[in-house]
Each structure stands twice: as C-alpha cells, then as structure tokens.
Design a protein. Structure first.
Length: 646
C-alpha cells in the first residue's frame, strides 16, 4: 500500500498539492488526471524519490520495485531486442555472464549462469522482449537494428517496451499512448489489464482510461481526490458531487441570510437579545460550503471556408511512396497551386528508380462534408497517404487531381516542431497575414486560449500541448476547406481534446483524421478506411469491429473483416442511388435526435423532482421549462426534415 498523509508538494515557489490524504493498494490501476500544470508529473517524481514532500509524509512499502519510462534514449549501438531485455537488469546480467563464460570456455561458470537464468526465468527473456516489440509496432526485421538507427518517436516506444520488461510492483506511465498508433494503443490496453502490480498512469485519452483504469485520481485546485471506477464513472460521480455541493451551498446561504436578518432586526431589543445571540453562535458554526466554481470551458472553431467546392481532391490508380523527388515541405495551409513539388530532373523519360512504393493502386477521393478516419498499423502508409493527398509526396504513378479552390489545412506529426523558436503567437500570425490589424490577432488568439500577455510570449517556453494548440490555431486562421490531421491530439489535455472534437464536428469542409484517440475518431468520423498490406480500402465496420479484428488476428492470424475497395476514380462520376450528402445529413439528424431525447429525459426528470421546488425556486423551474420547450421545438423541426430527406 502507498499512503499519503497530509502530503504537500511544491515545485520552486509554486505549491502544487496540499492536504493530500489517501491510500493506494496493490493491484489497482489508477488513472491520474487534471489540467496541465496541476502536478501530475511532479507527483510521479515524488514517488520515484526525485522530489521531496514540502510537508506531510509519503509512505512506500519496503523494497518496492518501481518501473517508469525514461525520458531520453541514448544513441546506443545495442540491438533493439537487447535494449529491451536490459529492462530486466538481473536477467541481462546473467545473459552477459553466460556469454562471457562461454567465450572463455569456463564450463563451470556456464553452468552457474544457466542455473541463475533458470532461477530468474530468463530463458524466455528474448521471447518476452520480442512480444513487447511486436505489440508496440516493431516489425521482426527491426529487432536486431541498433537503437541509434531509430527516430525519436520509435525510441520513445523502445523506452516503453523496456519499462514493461522491467520487473516491478509499481509501474508509472506518463502519457504512454503518445507516439503510438491505434493498433499499439489497443495492444497496450490489453497488456496493462494483465499487469499484476499497481499501475499509475497519466493520460488524456478518455477511452484508454475507460479501458484500463480501476480508479481515477483527480488533481484539482491543489487537492487530490480518489474515485472508484473508470473515467466515465468519475465524470458521473464528480458531476453529482458538484450538484450536491451547490445545493448545500445554496441552502446554507439561505440559512445565513435568514439568521442575519433576525440578528439585524432584534439585536437591540432586550426581549430578543438572547435569541439573537443564539442565532449569532449558530451563524458562526455554519460549515462555510464553497460555491461550485465553473471552470472556463474551452471553445475553439474552424471558420467557414471561403469557398467550398463539392469535389476537393482525388488520387486515381496512384502508387504512393518515397522516390528521388520526395521531400518534406513543412506545415500549414496549402492551396492547389502551392502543393506540387519539383519534378524529377527529366520528367519526360522513364523513371530509372521508382523509389519505395508504400501504397499501390490507390483510388481515393474527398468531397465536402466527408469525415474519414484512417485505420491501420503503424508503418502501413497512413501518413504516406495523407502526404500524397497534400502533395508533399509526388506520386510514383497515377494521377492526383485537385479543385482550383482547394485549401488544405495540414497538421502533421512534425508540425509542432515547425513553429519558429523565439516568436510569439502574435508574430506567427503576422507572418501569415502581414496586413492584418493587431486587434484581430488578439481576438482570434483569445478564442484559442492565448489571452492577454500569453499572446506575446515566445513559444520557447510553451508546453507541448500549448504548441499543438497554436499550430491548430494557425491552420484555422487560414480557413481551409479540407483538414488533413495526422495525430493532432499528442500532448493535448482532455479539455482541449473535447474542444477539438466539437470544433471538427461543426466544420463544414472535409476531414481526414489519423489518431490513436478513439473518443475523437468516434465523435468526428462517420467512415473508416483501412490502410494495410499496400492497399487503401474502405473498412466495413466501426472502431469496435476494428479492435475485435486486431484481437482475433493476434490470437489466430485470421484475415480482417470484409473490406470494400473504393470504386475507381472517374472524371465526373454520375450519382446513382441515394445522394451521399443527404445520407450524411440524415445520420447527423439521427445523432442529434438521440441527444435531444436524452436531454429532454434529463429535464423532465429534474422537473419531476420535488427537491427542485424546495431548493431552487421559481426561476430555475422557469429555466427548465424554457429548455424543455426549446428542445421540443428543435426535435419537431428535425423530425420534419428527416421525413423530407428520407
């Protein structure tokens, strides 16, 4: 058991946590949540002994084995498999001793090393490490590659695999799903469910928390409160607690007002003086329940595109990959005239080296209103497809056609690093629109939560989440009609992810989304395309079906569920059957009707509660009555529209 007793934690002059009293037990899987800067990572540092308590006590069991993910990976010549095995230090040492003894032909030392490996369960170490690497997306042929040859994102995965390999009683994971694709996230979720020790994880992925956590530790306003259950259960419990707190506060304020009125009226009267003094004592003893302070909701928006053509961009019989002409062109907005890259030196002659083809025969088109989520294992070509749609990668074969008014807002995995060090958000906007007035910049940045002096501060001191938010803001400023978003939620907190999902749902252009955040994909996308085995095919199923296929593939190697290949591109495809735009509108109406029915049920339940009339009075009853009528009118209008469209 881990105990916090009147625990307080400070980072420099700032008090992060105080008066923390709680106990965590073996076998619990605790999701640690809270807004950026509330002390989550500092709490982990205290558990690992890197940060001392400001006051109080943190009690850990004797000989507690703690595993965590290293922040950096040295550029080592070691093979990836050996690096991961090194997470189990005792087994790695025994393997080295065995290898040394074998090289010396010291057979007695070899026997001792074998005995030690047997005691440690080290004979299957390579197999365990290999399974970890495979689950995190490393192809078998990469297991022998040197650590130094992997890029930064893959080194993060190596560090995660090494931490999972480490024997531990307490596993600390800080944003473990960053730099993972959806397949790896789903695998990690299943692995953590089988972990026998205590797990504490910081995550902004609500679906991941729902799948893994048995408890939620919420850090807020310098306090830490423990809730039993997953993230959805936490939200329900906290909402009810806030409701009860507000009811208690309102009731107490009414009692205070009543007592104070009696005291003010009768304090000076001799016949009532004793009663007034009694009420003064009672007033002093009231608990002082705090009113619920509403946290400022974050609302962002992508403005209506200046032009919204029906057909935006299409790849026809395209081979996508990396040839001699491929290069990176940064981030931001692109119109159809800016997207093409320089051709090969002699584009008229046959290509002597066609390069590496990742995707073959791609027929993929986008129309306004499309909401497409790309599924597939890491390295299968999702980012390659997105870059080919942007025009960042020239096609190795086939044709890319784009409407003249196409404007692409492109968020790539390297976008955040493309911000200019030393420049403020205001200066970034000025680079995009030199002639625009400063007040317009300030108003816009304020809507993206860069208010006041924050708009003038250099990005050098910004957190990863703030940088990602600024990059999205710069894209939104330019009013694209097609958003291509490749892992936009890395480093974003829960509030920002919710705000992004809401903004994308209201966006009138087309969206292609690559993300490991299932909650975001589920809210935004209504169609899924699977990128795998060199092909791009429409996936006939939802995210649950995709997760089920991944589990079945891991278990017995069965093929994927039925996939539907996209129809070949045509110059001006004639519409046959139901209009896709109408079908999409019908789906959105049905979704909104479900929300309205739920909201009406909640309002009607509130109006049926006798406590409402005792605690809130006529004003709240009137507000609920107005909301009930408004929802009824909206439901009637949508049902009429649904009938017309159907």
């Amino acid at each position: 058991m881990i105990s916090f007793r009147n625990f307080a934690l400070r980072r420099g002059p700032r008090l992060l946590l105080s008066q923390v009293d709680l106990a965590l037990h073996a076998g619990w899987r605790v999701g640690v949540i809270g807004r950026n800067g509330c002390g989550k990572s500092s709490l982990f540092a205290a558990l690992m002994g890197e940060l001392e308590a400001d006051s109080g006590a943190l009690e850990l069991p004797a000989r507690l084995r703690i595993a965590s993910v290293a922040q950096e990976t040295p550029s080592l010549p070691d093979a990836a498999l050996d690096f991961v095995i090194g997470g189990d230090a005792a087994v790695a040492q025994a393997l080295r001793e065995e290898a040394d003894a074998t090289a010396r032909e010291d057979f007695e030392a070899v026997a001792i090393a074998h005995q030690r490996l047997g005691d440690l369960g080290g004979y299957d170490a390579a197999a365990r490490a290999g399974r970890l690497l495979h689950g995190l997306g490393f192809a078998p042929e990469t297991h022998a590659r040197a650590v130094s040859t992997f890029s930064g994102g893959w080194r993060v995965r190596l560090n995660l695999a090494r931490a999972l390999m480490t024997p531990s009683d307490l596993l600390l994971l800080d944003e473990p799903t960053n730099h993972l694709d959806l397949d790896a996230v789903l695998w990690l979720e299943q692995w953590l469910l089988k972990y026998p020790g205590m797990l504490m994880l910081i995550s902004h992925d609500r679906e991941f928390l729902d799948g893994v956590a048995s408890h939620i530790l919420h850090l807020h306003d310098g306090r830490a409160k423990l809730y039993a259950g997953d993230y959805t259960s936490f939200e329900r419990q906290r909402a009810e607690q806030l409701r009860q707190q507000q009811i208690a506060h309102d009731k107490e304020q009414a009692e205070r007002a009543h007592l104070q009125a009696f005291i003010d009226r009768f304090r000076a009267k001799a016949t009532k003086a004793r009663q007034a003094q009694s009420r003064m004592k009672r007033l002093e003893k009231l608990a002082g329940t705090e009113a619920v302070r509403a946290e400022r909701a974050l609302h962002i928006a992508f403005a209506e595109p200046a032009k919204l053509p029906t057909s935006l961009v299409r790849l026809a019989d395209a081979d996508c990959g990396y040839g001699p002409a491929a290069r990176d062109s940064g981030f931001g907005i692109r119109d159809s005239m800016q997207q093409e890259l320089p051709a090969l030196a002699n584009p008229q002659s046959p290509i002597p080296n066609p390069g590496h083809i990742v995707l073959h025969g791609v027929d993929f088109g986008l129309e306004s209103g499309d909401r497409i989520g790309l599924l597939g294992p890491n390295g299968a070509g999702k980012s390659t497809l997105v870059k080919s749609l942007v025009g960042e990668l020239p096609l190795l074969a086939g044709e890319r056609s784009a409407h003249p008014d196409l404007r692409i807002g492109y968020f790539a995995q390297h976008t955040v690093e493309s911000l200019h060090e030393g420049l403020s958000p205001m200066e970034h906007l000025r680079l995009l629109a030199p002639g625009e007035g400063q007040q317009a910049f300030r108003d816009f940045l304020g809507r993206w939560n860069f208010a006041g002096d924050r708009a003038f501060e250099p990005v050098d001191g910004f957190s990863g989440g703030e940088r990602a938010r600024l990059a999205l803001a710069l894209i939104a400023w330019q009013r694209p009609n097609l958003l291509l978003l490749d892992e936009p939620t890395n480093h974003l907190d829960l509030d920002m992810r919710e705000a992004l999902a809401e903004a994308l749902s209201d966006f009138s252009g087309a969206i292609v989304l690559v993300s490991h955040d299932r909650h975001l994909i589920g809210l935004v996308c209504d169609r899924f395309w699977r990128v795998a085995n060199g092909r791009v095919e429409e996936f006939d199923g939802d995210l649950d079906a995709y997760a089920a296929w991944l589990r079945s593939r891991a278990a017995d190697g069965e093929a994927a569920p039925k996939a539907v290949k996209a129809p070949a591109a045509k110059a001006a495809p004639a519409r046959r059957g139901p209009d896709p735009a109408i079908a999409r509108r019908i789906r959105r109406i049905e979704s909104r009707l479900e929300e309205i029915r739920g909201a009406r049920a909640a309002v009607e339940a509130a109006l049926a509660d006798p406590a409402l009339y005792e605690t809130h009075g006529a004003q709240r009853v009137a507000e609920l009555g107005f909301e009930q009528a408004s929802l009824a009118r909206e439901q009637d209008a949508l049902e009429t529209e649904w009938l017309d469209l159907a």
